[in-house]
Design a protein around this ligand. Structure first.
Ligand code: GTP
Ligand code: MG
Length: 216
């Protein structure tokens, strides 16, 4: 029997090379957006990185681009407070989103980001795929479910990317994977493959690059 939501296989050489090349191109910070009116022209293939605060969104963007200081990563949850746009070659935007599920900032501030985050996820026409990052130690939480349901309603395909796999033992990873498979099953917008990553060790980075490179 075919397992639902299998882990993505390593792409073939040609696709891996396509991903490597795309990410070997010029990457730059374009702008930080604080309102929908500030979004750049919708003229490129766009992918975004969503997930709970501290899950590793900014760190993953740095690992993908091979530029440590490109996206600001930090131990302090809630570090990314704007929608940060990065240009990748002249064909793609990579979008680093503020984390959700972080309660320790002043409430009006949190509400403002969350509103912007939701408007963006539901209303950005050129958004080709949302990568929803999930900590390999913790699995999918209620706040992730809310975002996934929003993406279902907006018909934006989302793909689950596990982060920090270097921090879990293989047995615990298997447990997280079953929990994730169970939780993803009811979501029509969920892309049916999972990507396992460690920004620390570089695992899964080539696969994610190749995945992004095949989106047009
Ligand atoms: P917000 O911007 O606050 O929403 O957080 P974020 O999702 O951008 O997380 P960020 O990239 O800032 O990473 C949070 C912490 O997790 C940092 O201390 C990173 O070094 C650590 N981290 C991220 N990815 C990995 C990983 O793959 N392995 C390990 N061991 N640590 C990681
Ligand atoms: Mg961040």
């Amino acid at each position: 029997m075919q397992l639902s939501f299998p882990v993505s296989e390593t792409p073939d050489d040609a696709t891996t090379e396509k991903g490597r090349r795309l990410f070997a191109g010029q990457t730059d910070f374009l702008k930080g957006v604080v309102a929908m009116s500030g979004l750049p022209p919708a003229d490129r293939t766009e992918v975004c990185f969503a997930g709970r605060s501290n899950v590793g969104k900014s760190t993953l963007i740095n690992a993908l681009t091979g530029r440590k200081g490109l996206a600001r990563a930090s131990n302090t949850p809630g570090r990314t407070q704007e929608i940060n746009y990065f240009t990748l070659s002249d064909s793609h935007y990579l979008v680093d989103l503020p984390g959700y599920g972080y309660a320790n900032a002043p409430l009006p501030v949190v509400e403002k980001w969350q509103k912007l985050l939701k408007s963006y996820l539901a209303g950005r026409q050129t958004l080709r795929r949302a990568f929803v990052l999930v900590d390999a130690r913790h699995g999918i939480k209620q706040v992730d479910e809310e975002i996934m349901s929003l993406l279902d309603s907006a018909a934006v395909t989302f793909q689950c990317v596990l982060t920090k796999t270097d921090k879990v033992k293989p047995r615990d990873l298997e447990k997280t994977l079953s929990q994730i498979r169970e939780r993803l099953a009811p979501h029509p917008a969920a892309f049916p493959e999972l990507i396992l990553t460690s920004s620390e060790k570089g695992d899964g980075i080539a696969t994610l690059r190749a995945t992004i490179a095949t989106l047009e």
